[in-house]
Design a binder for this molecule. Structure first.
Ligand code: NAD
Length: 207
């Protein structure tokens, strides 16, 4: 399972979210074309992804919703869960904590870091903010393996280096500044402006 394509992992996470909603509505089985419709992709893509994780449904009933949720959980989650830290507790950092905590049982934001003394030693939606200089110690003590960067773009390279030196294993960079990491670190970068400009391009070409 280690070699699943990145895009498949992304889609499995999306399938699980859709499946959890179906399960909450009491739906026990689902066909690939139903998942495809929710995700706006083709049933072939859904079947290919689910085959890759070694699961098959039946022709008559489709996939068992709970079995598929559990299997995706076995692949994506770790048993004990993973701890996450957020660096830069400004507008976006606070929004991330509010949005995220309580929604994912296997991922928790357990610490925040900031350089502003007014924010240090305060709790934001239950998450304690530490001074950036305490990063190494807290990341080790709290067993944090993922870092989210929400500082101003100019500080992103310095913060990335600090996270890497503190022993972090994965980084989500929300700043518009691309950063470099050693190959052992998994990096995702999300730039809202790029997404918006992509939409603008397609809106223009379809006008
Ligand atoms: P903000 O100014 O509200 O917050 C930045 C926080 O980072 C502040 O609390 C500041 O004290 C802290 N900080 C600054 N330098 C630091 C350092 N060296 N070490 C530790 N902490 C430091 O900014 P924001 O609006 O939350 O945006 C944060 C980042 O996210 C920016 O790079 C921005 O481009 C990006 N972003 C923001 C949004 C948004 O909607 N706010 C959306 C997409 C991307």
């Amino acid at each position: 399972m280690k070699h699943l394509p990145h895009k498949t992992i992304e889609r499995l996470s999306q399938y699980r979210r859709a499946l959890l909603i179906c399960a909450a509505k009491g739906k026990a089985h689902i066909f690939s074309h139903e998942i495809a419709k929710i995700q706006h992709i083709t049933p072939v893509q859904v079947r290919r992804d689910i085959m890759l994780i070694g699961y098959t449904g039946t022709l008559r009933k489709g996939y068992n919703v709970q079995e598929l949720i559990d299997l995706i959980g076995d692949i994506i989650d770790t048993k004990e869960g993973l701890n996450v830290a957020i660096v830069g507790i400004g507008n976006l950092g606070r929004a991330m904590i509010n949005y995220f905590n309580g929604k994912r049982t296997k991922l928790s934001i357990v610490a925040a870091f900031d350089s502003n003394p007014d924010k240090v030693e305060r709790a934001f939606s239950g998450v304690k903010c530490y001074h950036i200089d305490q990063m190494g110690e807290i990341i080790k003590n709290e067993n944090i393996s993922i870092g989210i960067i929400t500082v101003p773009a100019g500080a992103a390279p310095e913060i990335t280096e600090k996270l890497v030196n503190s022993g972090i294993k994965g980084i989500l960079n929300f700043t518009p500044k691309p950063v470099n990491v050693p190959s052992r670190i998994y990096l995702e970068e999300y730039d809202m402006i790029t997404s918006l400009e992509k939409i603008a391009f397609f809106v223009k070409t379809h006008a």
